[in-house]
Design a protein around this ligand. Structure first.
Ligand SMILES: NC(=O)c1ccc[n+]([C@@H]2O[C@H](COP(=O)([O-])OP(=O)(O)OC[C@H]3O[C@@H](n4cnc5c(N)ncnc54)[C@H](OP(=O)(O)O)[C@@H]3O)[C@@H](O)[C@H]2O)c1
Length: 267
């Protein structure tokens, strides 16, 4: 199945903003959206990587790209970002920036754990508030949030990370129904392991992984069609097989899976 380019541009164009576009899923998402003909604002901390991607996309897809380097964990960063994008007619917001940690929560660096809540949750809520209001007044738009397979139950050795993704899953489910009557689509993308920069930062071994391109394609296809999409085989397989089990059993199975994914020295 393919996305209808003209319909996509009419509903979500002429500009899209993608956070976390310097690597992995966000990068693939930016390319996928450019391929559908939308201009892009790409956001992450690494300015060089954003500039390189912007040049690559402008050459290949004949759209305009603006790169904004910003650390979304910093209080006021979203206000700062919003002040730089006010003049653009944005119809699509993809909040892909995020990271994970692994190991025993009680041994973790608490500043890293709080930083993760700031990036994965606080900044997403603040940006979504801005775009929800903007899109309601435009009577159209799309919001893509990044959940995860780990967001459907507690996950030992990724306790705080999985909690940030549960937060996003619940948040998306709520605003989906609040925004639908105003013509605004909300989608939560909840993949399993994806081969990206994520594994190195989270100190996890990513087996049976999907590619960022596969996740981006499935996510864009599901926008406006579903509330939650589970891109990749493992996310679908585990999703459907775990959903019938009692929550406690699901947590124990996720503990087994995580135990195999985390590096021994990070436990
Ligand atoms: N990989 C997986 O297995 C997996 C599975 C399910 C869900 N997810 C979710 O998918 C999203 C993307 O992850 P990924 O796999 O693509 O990881 P990735 O390759 O590490 O990319 C993460 C992106 O987020 C940006 N980012 C991180 N911290 C930031 C900050 N403080 N401010 C601004 N940008 C920041 C990074 O850019 P800079 O470093 O340049 O700032 C990068 O562009 C995350 O929300 C993650 O939780 C990943």
């Amino acid at each position: 199945m393919n996305v209808n380019k003209l319909a996509f541009q009419k509903k979500y164009g002429p500009w899209a903003i993608v956070t976390g576009a310097s690597d992995g899923i966000g990068r693939a998402m930016a390319i996928e959206i450019a391929n559908l003909g939308l201009n892009l604002i790409i956001v992450a901390r690494n300015h060089e990587r954003l500039e390189a991607l912007g040049n690559e996309i402008q050459k290949e897809y004949k759209v305009t790209v603006k790169a904004i380097a910003i650390d979304l964990s910093i209080i006021n960063s979203v206000k700062n970002l919003n002040s730089q994008i006010e003049e653009y007619e944005i119809g699509l917001f993809a909040a892909i920036a995020g990271f994970g940690t692994s190991g025993y929560f009680f041994k973790a660096n608490i500043n890293d754990e709080l930083n993760m809540i700031d990036v994965n949750c606080r900044s997403v809520v603040e940006q979504t508030y801005y775009f929800a209001n903007k899109f309601i007044s435009q009577k159209r738009g799309g919001i893509i949030l990044m959940g995860s397979l780990v967001g459907f139950q507690g996950v030992p050795f990724a306790s705080n990370y999985s909690a940030t993704k549960s937060f996003i899953q619940n948040f998306a489910e709520g605003i989906y129904f609040e925004l639908k009557p105003f013509g605004v689509d909300v989608l939560c993308s909840a993949p399993g392991p994806v081969l990206s920069g994520f594994g190195a930062r989270a100190k996890m071994k990513m087996g049976n992984s999907s590619s960022p391109e596969e996740v981006a394609k499935e996510t864009i296809l599901a926008l406006g069609e579903k509330l939650t999409v589970r891109p990749g085989f493992l996310s679908k397989f585990l999703g459907w097989s775990l959903i019938i089990l009692p929550r406690l059993l699901r947590i124990l199975i996720m503990r087994m899976i995580m135990n195999n994914m985390i590096q021994l020295n990070s436990k």
